[in-house]
Ligand binder design. Structure first.
Ligand code: NAG
Ligand code: NAG
Ligand code: NAG
Ligand code: NAG
Ligand code: NAG
Ligand code: NAG
Ligand code: NAG
Ligand code: NAG
Length: 375
Protein backbone atom coordinates (compact mmCIF):
# COMPACT_ATOMS: atom_id res chain seq x y z
CA UNK A 1 0.00 0.00 0.00
CA UNK A 2 1.30 3.39 -0.89
CA UNK A 3 1.77 6.15 1.69
CA UNK A 4 -0.96 8.28 0.11
CA UNK A 5 -3.40 5.42 0.47
CA UNK A 6 -2.54 5.02 4.20
CA UNK A 7 -2.87 8.77 4.73
CA UNK A 8 -6.20 8.71 3.01
CA UNK A 9 -7.32 5.81 5.20
CA UNK A 10 -6.25 7.65 8.38
CA UNK A 11 -8.14 10.69 7.13
CA UNK A 12 -11.27 8.68 6.57
CA UNK A 13 -11.05 7.00 9.96
CA UNK A 14 -10.27 10.11 11.95
CA UNK A 15 -11.80 12.60 9.69
CA UNK A 16 -12.88 15.23 12.01
CA UNK A 17 -10.37 17.96 11.51
CA UNK A 18 -7.83 16.05 9.45
CA UNK A 19 -6.74 17.55 6.19
CA UNK A 20 -5.10 15.37 3.60
CA UNK A 21 -3.35 17.70 1.30
CA UNK A 22 -2.64 16.55 -2.20
CA UNK A 23 0.76 18.25 -2.17
CA UNK A 24 2.11 15.40 -0.07
CA UNK A 25 1.67 17.12 3.26
CA UNK A 26 0.12 15.10 6.05
CA UNK A 27 -1.79 17.02 8.66
CA UNK A 28 -3.84 15.28 11.29
CA UNK A 29 -5.60 17.51 13.75
CA UNK A 30 -7.63 15.40 16.03
CA UNK A 31 -8.71 16.92 19.32
CA UNK A 32 -5.64 17.12 21.52
CA UNK A 33 -3.27 15.53 18.93
CA UNK A 34 -1.54 16.96 15.90
CA UNK A 35 0.74 15.12 13.45
CA UNK A 36 2.29 17.16 10.72
CA UNK A 37 4.60 16.11 7.91
CA UNK A 38 5.88 19.16 6.06
CA UNK A 39 6.87 19.20 2.41
CA UNK A 40 10.47 19.82 3.47
CA UNK A 41 10.48 16.53 5.41
CA UNK A 42 10.03 17.83 8.94
CA UNK A 43 7.63 15.80 11.01
CA UNK A 44 5.96 17.34 14.03
CA UNK A 45 4.15 15.34 16.66
CA UNK A 46 2.23 17.42 19.15
CA UNK A 47 -0.32 16.70 21.81
CA UNK A 48 -2.93 19.19 22.68
CA UNK A 49 -3.15 21.30 25.81
CA UNK A 50 -1.27 19.79 28.74
CA UNK A 51 -1.37 16.20 27.45
CA UNK A 52 1.80 14.20 26.93
CA UNK A 53 3.50 12.49 23.99
CA UNK A 54 4.79 8.95 24.72
CA UNK A 55 7.33 7.02 22.67
CA UNK A 56 7.26 3.49 24.01
CA UNK A 57 9.65 0.71 22.92
CA UNK A 58 8.62 -2.93 22.70
CA UNK A 59 7.94 -4.47 26.08
CA UNK A 60 10.62 -7.18 25.56
CA UNK A 61 13.56 -4.82 25.72
CA UNK A 62 13.40 -2.66 22.63
CA UNK A 63 15.10 0.72 22.58
CA UNK A 64 14.23 4.19 21.51
CA UNK A 65 16.83 5.74 19.23
CA UNK A 66 17.52 9.37 18.72
CA UNK A 67 19.60 9.99 15.60
CA UNK A 68 20.98 6.45 15.87
CA UNK A 69 21.91 6.83 19.53
CA UNK A 70 20.08 4.95 22.27
CA UNK A 71 18.04 7.59 24.05
CA UNK A 72 18.70 6.10 27.49
CA UNK A 73 22.47 6.32 26.86
CA UNK A 74 22.13 9.96 25.82
CA UNK A 75 20.25 10.70 28.99
CA UNK A 76 23.08 9.13 31.03
CA UNK A 77 25.64 11.22 29.17
CA UNK A 78 23.66 14.38 29.78
CA UNK A 79 23.17 13.60 33.43
CA UNK A 80 26.74 12.21 33.87
CA UNK A 81 29.05 14.10 36.21
CA UNK A 82 32.62 15.06 35.41
CA UNK A 83 35.50 13.33 37.22
CA UNK A 84 36.87 14.89 40.38
CA UNK A 85 40.57 15.19 41.22
CA UNK A 86 41.51 13.76 44.57
CA UNK A 87 43.29 16.07 47.01
CA UNK A 88 43.22 18.88 44.53
CA UNK A 89 44.23 22.05 46.31
CA UNK A 90 43.45 25.50 44.97
CA UNK A 91 47.02 26.01 43.74
CA UNK A 92 47.08 22.62 42.03
CA UNK A 93 49.29 19.65 42.57
CA UNK A 94 52.85 20.42 43.67
CA UNK A 95 55.82 18.06 43.45
CA UNK A 96 59.49 18.62 44.17
CA UNK A 97 62.20 16.37 42.79
CA UNK A 98 65.95 16.42 42.71
CA UNK A 99 67.77 16.37 39.39
CA UNK A 100 68.26 12.85 38.07
CA UNK A 101 65.59 11.44 40.38
CA UNK A 102 62.99 8.91 39.28
CA UNK A 103 59.54 10.37 39.57
CA UNK A 104 56.37 8.32 40.07
CA UNK A 105 53.28 10.44 40.62
CA UNK A 106 49.86 8.82 40.78
CA UNK A 107 47.12 10.52 38.77
CA UNK A 108 44.02 10.31 40.89
CA UNK A 109 40.89 11.65 39.35
CA UNK A 110 37.80 9.80 40.51
CA UNK A 111 34.86 9.25 38.27
CA UNK A 112 31.43 9.36 39.94
CA UNK A 113 30.28 6.52 37.68
CA UNK A 114 33.54 4.56 38.12
CA UNK A 115 34.35 4.79 34.47
CA UNK A 116 37.81 4.28 32.98
CA UNK A 117 39.73 7.53 32.91
CA UNK A 118 42.12 8.88 30.33
CA UNK A 119 44.76 11.41 31.20
CA UNK A 120 46.58 13.74 28.91
CA UNK A 121 48.52 16.97 29.07
CA UNK A 122 46.42 19.76 27.58
CA UNK A 123 48.54 22.78 28.45
CA UNK A 124 52.10 23.56 29.46
CA UNK A 125 54.94 21.02 29.24
CA UNK A 126 55.98 18.17 31.45
CA UNK A 127 59.64 18.00 32.43
CA UNK A 128 61.59 16.23 29.67
CA UNK A 129 61.98 12.54 30.44
CA UNK A 130 58.56 12.19 32.06
CA UNK A 131 55.58 10.54 30.43
CA UNK A 132 52.09 9.48 31.37
CA UNK A 133 52.07 5.66 31.58
CA UNK A 134 50.62 3.85 28.60
CA UNK A 135 47.84 2.56 30.83
CA UNK A 136 47.53 6.12 32.01
CA UNK A 137 47.49 6.37 35.75
CA UNK A 138 50.92 7.69 36.63
CA UNK A 139 53.51 10.23 35.61
CA UNK A 140 56.81 8.38 35.53
CA UNK A 141 60.36 8.88 34.33
CA UNK A 142 63.63 10.45 35.30
CA UNK A 143 63.79 14.22 35.59
CA UNK A 144 66.79 16.04 34.11
CA UNK A 145 69.42 17.48 36.41
CA UNK A 146 68.46 21.12 36.03
CA UNK A 147 67.07 23.92 38.15
CA UNK A 148 63.62 24.51 36.76
CA UNK A 149 59.94 24.89 37.52
CA UNK A 150 57.53 23.14 35.19
CA UNK A 151 53.83 23.83 35.08
CA UNK A 152 51.35 21.81 33.08
CA UNK A 153 47.68 20.88 33.04
CA UNK A 154 46.49 17.28 33.00
CA UNK A 155 42.97 16.55 31.82
CA UNK A 156 41.11 13.52 33.15
CA UNK A 157 38.42 12.46 30.69
CA UNK A 158 35.85 9.72 31.26
CA UNK A 159 34.17 7.73 28.51
CA UNK A 160 31.22 10.20 28.38
CA UNK A 161 33.79 12.88 27.46
CA UNK A 162 33.24 14.66 30.74
CA UNK A 163 36.51 16.02 31.99
CA UNK A 164 38.26 17.82 34.80
CA UNK A 165 41.62 19.58 34.62
CA UNK A 166 44.29 19.78 37.27
CA UNK A 167 47.34 21.99 37.26
CA UNK A 168 50.62 20.29 38.15
CA UNK A 169 53.74 22.14 39.17
CA UNK A 170 57.06 20.39 39.38
CA UNK A 171 60.04 22.02 40.93
CA UNK A 172 63.30 20.34 39.98
CA UNK A 173 66.36 21.09 42.02
CA UNK A 174 69.70 20.61 40.35
CA UNK A 175 72.08 18.53 42.41
CA UNK A 176 75.81 18.85 42.52
CA UNK A 177 76.54 15.21 41.77
CA UNK A 178 80.21 15.76 42.58
CA UNK A 179 79.57 16.86 46.16
CA UNK A 180 76.76 14.37 46.61
CA UNK A 181 78.49 11.18 45.55
CA UNK A 182 82.16 12.01 45.00
CA UNK A 183 82.05 9.65 42.04
CA UNK A 184 85.51 10.21 40.54
CA UNK A 185 88.05 7.72 41.79
CA UNK A 186 91.85 7.73 41.72
CA UNK A 187 92.34 11.47 41.84
CA UNK A 188 89.96 12.27 38.98
CA UNK A 189 88.53 15.78 39.09
CA UNK A 190 84.74 15.94 39.09
CA UNK A 191 82.85 18.45 36.96
CA UNK A 192 79.18 18.92 37.81
CA UNK A 193 77.03 18.99 34.68
CA UNK A 194 73.45 19.80 33.86
CA UNK A 195 71.19 17.61 31.78
CA UNK A 196 71.43 13.97 30.84
CA UNK A 197 75.04 13.45 31.93
CA UNK A 198 75.03 14.58 35.55
CA UNK A 199 78.83 14.88 35.96
CA UNK A 200 82.10 14.22 34.20
CA UNK A 201 85.33 12.93 35.62
CA UNK A 202 88.56 14.42 34.39
CA UNK A 203 90.74 11.42 35.11
CA UNK A 204 94.45 11.40 35.58
CA UNK A 205 96.42 9.88 32.71
CA UNK A 206 96.60 6.48 34.43
CA UNK A 207 92.82 6.03 34.74
CA UNK A 208 89.75 6.06 32.57
CA UNK A 209 86.04 5.32 32.55
CA UNK A 210 82.97 7.22 33.73
CA UNK A 211 84.29 7.20 37.31
CA UNK A 212 88.04 6.80 36.56
CA UNK A 213 87.62 3.21 37.69
CA UNK A 214 89.64 1.67 34.84
CA UNK A 215 93.35 1.29 35.58
CA UNK A 216 94.93 1.71 32.14
CA UNK A 217 98.10 -0.22 32.92
CA UNK A 218 96.12 -3.43 33.39
CA UNK A 219 93.21 -2.78 31.04
CA UNK A 220 93.01 -4.82 27.82
CA UNK A 221 92.47 -2.74 24.68
CA UNK A 222 90.66 -5.78 23.28
CA UNK A 223 93.12 -7.19 20.71
CA UNK A 224 92.12 -10.64 21.94
CA UNK A 225 88.46 -9.87 21.25
CA UNK A 226 87.33 -10.05 17.63
CA UNK A 227 84.30 -7.84 18.41
CA UNK A 228 86.60 -5.02 19.49
CA UNK A 229 89.41 -5.49 16.95
CA UNK A 230 87.94 -7.27 13.92
CA UNK A 231 90.08 -9.23 11.49
CA UNK A 232 90.55 -6.33 9.08
CA UNK A 233 92.32 -4.34 11.80
CA UNK A 234 95.02 -6.96 12.24
CA UNK A 235 97.66 -6.85 9.51
CA UNK A 236 101.29 -7.74 9.03
CA UNK A 237 104.32 -7.35 6.81
CA UNK A 238 106.29 -10.45 5.67
CA UNK A 239 104.04 -13.11 7.16
CA UNK A 240 105.22 -16.70 7.31
CA UNK A 241 102.91 -18.99 5.29
CA UNK A 242 99.47 -19.29 6.83
CA UNK A 243 100.29 -17.85 10.25
CA UNK A 244 98.28 -14.75 9.58
CA UNK A 245 97.98 -11.49 11.49
CA UNK A 246 94.53 -12.25 12.91
CA UNK A 247 96.06 -15.27 14.68
CA UNK A 248 98.39 -12.89 16.47
CA UNK A 249 95.81 -12.23 19.19
CA UNK A 250 96.49 -13.25 22.75
CA UNK A 251 94.96 -16.66 23.36
CA UNK A 252 94.37 -17.37 19.67
CA UNK A 253 94.08 -21.03 18.81
CA UNK A 254 92.49 -20.51 15.44
CA UNK A 255 93.80 -21.32 11.98
CA UNK A 256 97.04 -23.05 11.16
CA UNK A 257 98.74 -22.41 14.43
CA UNK A 258 98.64 -20.49 17.63
CA UNK A 259 99.94 -17.14 16.62
CA UNK A 260 101.18 -14.87 13.89
CA UNK A 261 104.60 -15.68 12.46
CA UNK A 262 106.92 -13.39 10.56
CA UNK A 263 109.54 -14.48 8.02
CA UNK A 264 112.41 -12.67 9.71
CA UNK A 265 113.38 -9.57 11.67
CA UNK A 266 112.03 -7.29 8.93
CA UNK A 267 108.54 -8.59 9.61
CA UNK A 268 106.03 -6.78 11.76
CA UNK A 269 102.55 -7.30 13.15
CA UNK A 270 100.25 -4.25 13.02
CA UNK A 271 97.21 -3.58 15.15
CA UNK A 272 94.76 -0.81 14.26
CA UNK A 273 92.93 0.07 17.49
CA UNK A 274 90.28 2.02 15.58
CA UNK A 275 90.71 5.13 17.69
CA UNK A 276 93.36 6.87 19.73
CA UNK A 277 94.46 5.07 22.85
CA UNK A 278 97.01 5.57 25.59
CA UNK A 279 99.12 2.43 25.49
CA UNK A 280 100.74 1.33 28.70
CA UNK A 281 102.05 -2.12 27.90
CA UNK A 282 102.03 -5.29 25.83
CA UNK A 283 101.03 -8.80 26.83
CA UNK A 284 102.68 -11.50 24.76
CA UNK A 285 102.60 -15.26 24.38
CA UNK A 286 104.72 -17.56 22.26
CA UNK A 287 103.46 -19.84 19.51
CA UNK A 288 105.51 -22.62 21.05
CA UNK A 289 108.87 -23.18 22.79
CA UNK A 290 110.64 -22.96 19.45
CA UNK A 291 108.39 -20.51 17.62
CA UNK A 292 108.52 -17.43 19.79
CA UNK A 293 109.69 -13.82 19.85
CA UNK A 294 112.39 -13.23 22.45
CA UNK A 295 112.49 -9.51 22.03
CA UNK A 296 110.91 -6.92 19.79
CA UNK A 297 110.61 -3.20 19.40
CA UNK A 298 107.51 -1.13 18.94
CA UNK A 299 106.57 1.62 16.54
CA UNK A 300 103.36 3.58 16.71
CA UNK A 301 101.31 6.08 14.76
CA UNK A 302 98.22 8.21 15.05
CA UNK A 303 97.46 8.21 11.31
CA UNK A 304 98.76 4.84 10.05
CA UNK A 305 101.31 6.57 7.83
CA UNK A 306 103.89 8.26 10.02
CA UNK A 307 105.30 5.83 12.57
CA UNK A 308 107.64 6.63 15.45
CA UNK A 309 109.85 4.04 17.06
CA UNK A 310 109.55 3.70 20.79
CA UNK A 311 112.97 4.90 21.98
CA UNK A 312 115.04 3.95 24.98
CA UNK A 313 115.06 7.14 27.01
CA UNK A 314 117.24 5.72 29.78
CA UNK A 315 120.37 5.70 27.63
CA UNK A 316 122.05 8.67 25.96
CA UNK A 317 122.33 6.76 22.72
CA UNK A 318 119.37 7.11 20.40
CA UNK A 319 118.38 3.46 20.29
CA UNK A 320 115.04 1.73 20.05
CA UNK A 321 113.69 0.31 23.28
CA UNK A 322 113.87 -3.48 23.22
CA UNK A 323 110.82 -5.07 24.81
CA UNK A 324 110.99 -8.59 26.19
CA UNK A 325 108.83 -11.28 24.66
CA UNK A 326 108.54 -14.84 25.90
CA UNK A 327 109.18 -18.36 24.73
CA UNK A 328 106.44 -19.42 27.09
CA UNK A 329 102.80 -20.00 26.21
CA UNK A 330 101.80 -18.27 29.46
CA UNK A 331 101.10 -14.58 28.97
CA UNK A 332 103.89 -12.20 29.79
CA UNK A 333 103.33 -8.50 30.43
CA UNK A 334 105.79 -5.79 29.50
CA UNK A 335 105.06 -2.30 30.75
CA UNK A 336 106.17 0.66 28.67
CA UNK A 337 108.33 3.14 30.59
CA UNK A 338 105.85 5.87 29.63
CA UNK A 339 102.48 5.49 27.95
CA UNK A 340 102.27 6.41 24.26
CA UNK A 341 99.29 7.88 22.46
CA UNK A 342 98.53 6.04 19.22
CA UNK A 343 95.92 4.33 17.08
CA UNK A 344 98.28 2.06 15.10
CA UNK A 345 100.88 -0.13 16.77
CA UNK A 346 103.55 -2.26 15.07
CA UNK A 347 105.54 -4.93 16.86
CA UNK A 348 108.85 -5.78 15.16
CA UNK A 349 110.47 -9.09 16.22
CA UNK A 350 114.18 -8.79 16.93
CA UNK A 351 115.33 -12.03 18.53
CA UNK A 352 113.92 -15.52 17.99
CA UNK A 353 115.17 -19.06 17.47
CA UNK A 354 117.64 -18.82 14.59
CA UNK A 355 116.50 -22.08 12.98
CA UNK A 356 112.83 -21.09 13.19
CA UNK A 357 110.62 -18.05 12.74
CA UNK A 358 109.48 -15.24 15.04
CA UNK A 359 105.92 -15.93 16.20
CA UNK A 360 103.76 -14.41 18.87
CA UNK A 361 100.29 -13.65 20.16
CA UNK A 362 99.65 -10.28 21.81
CA UNK A 363 97.27 -7.90 23.49
CA UNK A 364 97.79 -4.24 24.30
CA UNK A 365 97.14 -2.62 27.66
CA UNK A 366 95.81 0.90 28.00
CA UNK A 367 92.77 3.11 27.70
CA UNK A 368 90.88 4.35 24.71
CA UNK A 369 90.81 8.09 24.67
CA UNK A 370 87.01 8.16 24.40
CA UNK A 371 86.72 6.22 27.69
CA UNK A 372 88.05 9.29 29.42
CA UNK A 373 85.26 11.81 29.74
CA UNK A 374 87.65 14.74 29.76
CA UNK A 375 87.46 16.66 26.51
C1 NAG B 1 12.16 22.16 8.97
O1 NAG B 1 13.32 21.84 8.21
C2 NAG B 1 14.01 22.96 7.73
C3 NAG B 1 15.17 22.43 6.88
O2 NAG B 1 14.79 21.36 6.10
C4 NAG B 1 14.44 23.85 8.84
O3 NAG B 1 15.19 24.94 8.37
C5 NAG B 1 13.30 24.25 9.68
O4 NAG B 1 13.71 24.99 10.79
C6 NAG B 1 12.48 23.06 10.13
N1 NAG B 1 11.30 23.53 10.80
C7 NAG B 1 10.96 23.22 12.04
C8 NAG B 1 9.69 23.75 12.54
O5 NAG B 1 11.70 22.50 12.70
C1 NAG C 1 50.70 0.13 34.00
O1 NAG C 1 51.91 0.29 33.27
C2 NAG C 1 53.08 0.12 34.03
C3 NAG C 1 54.27 0.36 33.12
O2 NAG C 1 54.00 1.29 32.12
C4 NAG C 1 53.10 -1.27 34.63
O3 NAG C 1 54.24 -1.40 35.46
C5 NAG C 1 51.85 -1.52 35.43
O4 NAG C 1 51.83 -2.84 35.89
C6 NAG C 1 50.62 -1.25 34.60
N1 NAG C 1 49.43 -1.39 35.42
C7 NAG C 1 48.34 -2.00 34.99
C8 NAG C 1 47.20 -2.04 35.93
O5 NAG C 1 48.29 -2.51 33.86
C1 NAG D 1 91.36 18.05 32.94
O1 NAG D 1 92.59 18.02 33.62
C2 NAG D 1 93.69 18.46 32.85
C3 NAG D 1 94.95 18.24 33.66
O2 NAG D 1 94.78 18.50 35.00
C4 NAG D 1 93.49 19.93 32.51
O3 NAG D 1 94.55 20.38 31.71
C5 NAG D 1 92.18 20.07 31.74
O4 NAG D 1 91.92 21.44 31.47
C6 NAG D 1 91.04 19.48 32.53
N1 NAG D 1 89.85 19.50 31.72
C7 NAG D 1 88.74 20.11 32.12
C8 NAG D 1 87.60 20.04 31.19
O5 NAG D 1 88.67 20.67 33.20
C1 NAG E 1 84.22 -8.63 23.40
O1 NAG E 1 83.79 -7.31 23.18
C2 NAG E 1 82.39 -7.16 23.18
C3 NAG E 1 82.05 -5.75 22.74
O2 NAG E 1 82.80 -4.81 23.47
C4 NAG E 1 81.85 -7.51 24.55
O3 NAG E 1 80.45 -7.41 24.54
C5 NAG E 1 82.26 -8.94 24.89
O4 NAG E 1 81.86 -9.23 26.22
C6 NAG E 1 83.75 -9.12 24.77
N1 NAG E 1 84.09 -10.52 24.95
C7 NAG E 1 84.97 -10.90 25.85
C8 NAG E 1 85.21 -12.37 25.91
O5 NAG E 1 85.55 -10.12 26.58
C1 NAG F 1 97.63 -22.90 4.03
O1 NAG F 1 96.26 -23.19 4.25
C2 NAG F 1 95.65 -23.84 3.15
C3 NAG F 1 94.18 -23.94 3.46
O2 NAG F 1 93.99 -24.41 4.76
C4 NAG F 1 96.30 -25.18 2.93
O3 NAG F 1 95.69 -25.80 1.80
C5 NAG F 1 97.78 -25.00 2.67
O4 NAG F 1 98.39 -26.24 2.57
C6 NAG F 1 98.40 -24.20 3.79
N1 NAG F 1 99.78 -23.92 3.42
C7 NAG F 1 100.75 -24.14 4.21
C8 NAG F 1 102.09 -23.78 3.67
O5 NAG F 1 100.61 -24.59 5.34
C1 NAG G 1 124.23 10.84 29.58
O1 NAG G 1 125.11 11.89 29.23
C2 NAG G 1 125.36 12.78 30.31
C3 NAG G 1 126.23 13.93 29.78
O2 NAG G 1 126.59 13.71 28.48
C4 NAG G 1 126.05 12.03 31.43
O3 NAG G 1 126.29 12.90 32.52
C5 NAG G 1 125.16 10.86 31.87
O4 NAG G 1 125.85 10.09 32.85
C6 NAG G 1 124.79 9.98 30.68
N1 NAG G 1 123.86 9.00 31.13
C7 NAG G 1 123.89 7.69 30.78
C8 NAG G 1 122.80 6.83 31.30
O5 NAG G 1 124.73 7.25 30.05
C1 NAG H 1 114.29 -7.70 29.50
O1 NAG H 1 114.85 -8.80 30.18
C2 NAG H 1 116.14 -8.54 30.63
C3 NAG H 1 116.70 -9.83 31.17
O2 NAG H 1 115.76 -10.53 31.92
C4 NAG H 1 116.16 -7.43 31.66
O3 NAG H 1 117.44 -7.15 32.08
C5 NAG H 1 115.56 -6.20 31.00
O4 NAG H 1 115.40 -5.16 31.95
C6 NAG H 1 114.23 -6.49 30.41
N1 NAG H 1 113.77 -5.35 29.64
C7 NAG H 1 112.61 -4.78 29.85
C8 NAG H 1 112.30 -3.59 29.00
O5 NAG H 1 111.79 -5.21 30.66
C1 NAG I 1 -7.69 21.95 21.74
C2 NAG I 1 -8.61 20.84 22.11
O1 NAG I 1 -9.12 20.12 21.30
N1 NAG I 1 -8.80 20.63 23.44
C3 NAG I 1 -9.64 19.56 24.00
C4 NAG I 1 -8.75 18.51 24.66
O2 NAG I 1 -9.52 17.52 25.30
C5 NAG I 1 -10.40 18.01 26.33
C6 NAG I 1 -11.14 16.86 26.96
O3 NAG I 1 -10.28 15.77 27.22
C7 NAG I 1 -11.35 19.02 25.74
O4 NAG I 1 -12.11 19.56 26.77
C8 NAG I 1 -10.58 20.11 25.04
O5 NAG I 1 -11.42 21.00 24.42
Amino acid sequence: MELKAIVFLICVLMCNEATCDDGGILQIHYPNISIEADANGNITLQSGADASVYVIPGINGGSVYFDGEDLLYLIKVINGLPPVWKDHSSIGFFHTAFGGENVNVKLEAIDPENMKMEYKVVAGTMPPGLTIDSNGSRITGKVPDVDALYSFTVRATNSYDKYADAVFRMQIIERNQCLLNHPCQHGGVCLDMMGDIPYQCNCTEQYSGMNCEIRCSTNSLGVKNTSVIPEAMMSAYLTRENYTATEGRLGSTAGEGKGWCGENDNSWLQIDLGSLARIFGVISQSYSGTYYTGSYFMSYSVDGTNFNDLMDSSSNTTSKLLLNGTSNSASYTTDLPDPVMARFVRLHPVSYSSSHYPCQRVDLLGCYDEDNMSP
